[in-house]
Design a protein. Structure first.
Ligand SMILES: Nc1ncnc2c1ncn2[C@@H]1O[C@H](COP(=O)(O)OP(=O)(O)O)[C@@H](O)[C@H]1O
Ligand SMILES: [Mg+2]
Lengths: 260, 313
């Protein structure tokens, strides 16, 4: 069944180094189109590193080095001919702590589109509304679009960041523990939102909350550190299979809470 | 009595001693606090009394009268300070902010270490030496003292203050804010200008205001560069310039190439005069200077507090 699904991204033998330290060791896995892929594993095993290598945020770390390939629609995003800006336009990102920019709600959402030359007011108005609606935030903020985005609650801020990410219509959205700084109610809303968003986007989400992975994702990757503290892929499978019938003993130990 | 672990000690006695020690230390900190505040209040009150009754409107809108006569004001010094602080800000703030951005974006390169080290050194150079430097590289080649030379040396004094304070403030901006913008595909410069700078604006502006206050209070570097000029009056140049149909650039150029006075410079000169009138004026200048610096500081802080409550929830 897996083989017939359209593949959006393909991670092939990916290793990431921070200077001489190997943080990730030869990870190979697919990201299926319009599916949610969860990355789980104990802290420090390289979940964020793997996620950030999917839109070249690793470029920002001095001394970081990539080995292997990350294909987006079959093209290697690390190809020297590839424009990093185009990669980031097509692969958006939502961070662990809500990070609205110090500007109005409207300007937050319009920030991305404006970068790419979309400047017409009427068009932007529509796009901002559409994005905020998709992020299930419109009704709460439609009367205060020109107030600071930093005045919102934590959960609203995170949905604003999601609206900001989808305003440039990326194809893939990366989320790094997007709900870990939020309360349970706000967490639930984000999870519902993820469920809706996968109709339009392919989503990769890092979480250290296994219930969350089980709830929101279609596929799950389990990472673990080897003896040299490099993260390795232990198991990748359909989420329900991975959680009910794990193939690897270590996966079973982790999901049953025996370590991690 | 107590049993077990505490059987061997007299707990009430331990508690009493702790209470006493606590009160004693609290008293010490109170005295220290008092000692720290007293000089400030003393200076403010003293200068207010000495200079206060000399301050009137004339003092702000007239040029000095000849030595030994009554009346006259310090318009020349107010305008000179104003002009030179503006020149200094223009020269110092943009490069200082750019340097600060470099330092937070690339904190650990050889160049950033070098910049930090040189900035600290520059901050430590006695201001009179900076003045001498201005004399050697600007005044001597130009063959005249000028407001421009004064402004440039004040810029050198502001530079390290702005760089280091802006760096500290930009460092406080969560890295996720920068990454958030870059992840949308924004270029570094736009991220810096549109996201980082506004996020750190309060702190950066406070740093700038403090550096302006510092520059406005400097005397020594101006001795060799601006020299002093009892007749410095911007209005006259503008009138004359307009009457003779000169361009704006020309007029500005003329103003900048004049020797200029400044409040601290005037204070320093007046305080040594044998005429009681001048010494009284010196106190009044001290008052104006002090109020300017205080206002700048207080405005910065009030403004910050307001902005903070507006932007942060
Ligand atoms: N910028 C960095 N520089 C150096 N080492 C890093 C950096 N980011 C992460 N690491 C290291 O890489 C390993 C994996 O980190 P990370 O991907 O953040 O793990 P996780 O998200 O699973 O907790 C850790 O050992 C961490 O210390
Ligand atoms: Mg992480």
């Amino acid at each position: 069944m897996q083989n017939t699904l359209p593949i959006k991204m393909e991670i092939q033998e990916l290793s990431v180094f921070y200077k001489s330290f190997r943080a990730l060791n030869k990870v190979t896995m697919p990201v299926y189109e319009h599916k949610v892929t969860a990355i789980i594993g104990p802290s420090g095993c390289g979940k964020s590193t793997l996620l950030r290598s999917l839109n070249r945020m690793t470029d920002l770390v001095p001394g970081a080095l990539i080995e292997g390939k990350v294909l987006l629609d079959g093209e290697d995003i690390y190809d020297p001919k590839k424009d990093v800006v185009d990669v980031r336009r097509r692969v958006g990102m939502v961070f662990q702590h809500p990070n609205p920019f110090p500007m109005s709600i409207y300007d937050n959402v319009a920030f991305g589109p404006r970068l790419y030359g979309l400047k017409k007011r009427a068009f932007l108005d529509e796009l901002v509304e559409k994005s905020l609606r998709s992020a299930a935030l419109w009704d709460e903020v439609k009367d205060k679009l020109h107030q600071s985005g930093m005045a919102l609650s934590g959960g609203q801020q995170q949905r604003l960041c999601i609206a900001r990410a989808i305003a440039i219509e990326p194809e893939v959205i990366l989320m790094d523990e997007p709900a870990s700084a939020l309360d349970p109610v706000a967490t639930l809303r984000i999870e519902e939102l993820i469920f809706q968003l996968k109709e339009r986007f392919s989503i990769v989400i890092v979480t250290h909350n296994m219930q969350q992975a089980a709830r929101v994702s279609d596929y799950t990757t389990f990472l673990l550190m080897n003896e040299e503290r490099a993260g390795e892929l232990i198991e990748f499978n359909v989420t329900t299979t991975l959680f009910t019938r794990p193939k690897d003993k270590r996966t079973e130990d982790y999901i049953t809470g025996r370590f991690g | 009595m107590q049993e077990g672990l505490f059987a061997q000690v007299n707990l009430p006695k331990v508690y009493r001693r702790r209470r006493l020690t606590n009160n004693f230390m609290l008293g010490l900190t109170g005295i220290a606090l008092f000692l720290a505040i007293v000089p400030l209040i003393w200076i403010i009150v003293y200068v207010l009394i000495k200079g206060g009754h000399y301050i009137n409107l004339d003092f702000f809108i007239h040029l000095p009268r000849p030595m030994g006569t009554q009346g006259g004001g310090v318009l020349h010094a107010i305008e000179g300070s104003f002009i030179m602080v503006i020149i200094a800000s223009i020269f110092a703030i943009p490069p200082a902010l750019l340097a600060a951005f470099y330092l937070v974006t690339y904190p650990n390169t050889l160049l950033s270490d070098t910049v930090r080290f040189s900035t600290d050194l520059l901050a430590g150079v006695p201001s009179i030496v900076i003045g001498l430097f201005g004399y050697a590289v600007i005044v001597v080649p130009q063959k005249h003292y000028s407001a421009l030379a004064g402004g440039v040396v004040l810029a050198l004094i502001m530079l390290p203050v702005v760089i280091r304070s802006a760096e500290e403030m930009l460092k406080l901006v969560p890295s996720e804010l920068r990454e958030g913008a870059l992840a949308l595909g924004a270029p570094e410069w736009k991220t810096a200008l549109k996201v980082m700078l506004p996020a750190a604006a309060e702190g950066v502006l406070t740093g700038i205001m403090l550096s302006v206050a510092r520059a406005a209070g400097e005397t020594a570097p101006l001795l060799f560069t601006a020299l002093g000029n009892d007749n410095f009056e911007i209005g006259r140049f503008i009138h004359y310039g307009i009457a003779s149909h000169q361009s704006v650039i020309n007029i500005i150029g003329q103003i900048l190439s004049q020797p200029a006075d400044a409040l601290p410079l005037t204070l320093w000169k007046y305080a040594q005069q044998p005429y009681p009138e001048r010494v009284k004026q010196a106190w009044a200048v001290a008052l104006v200077l002090m109020l300017f610096v205080l206002t700048l500081n207080i405005t910065a802080r009030v403004w910050l507090a307001k902005r903070k409550s507006r932007i942060r929830r």
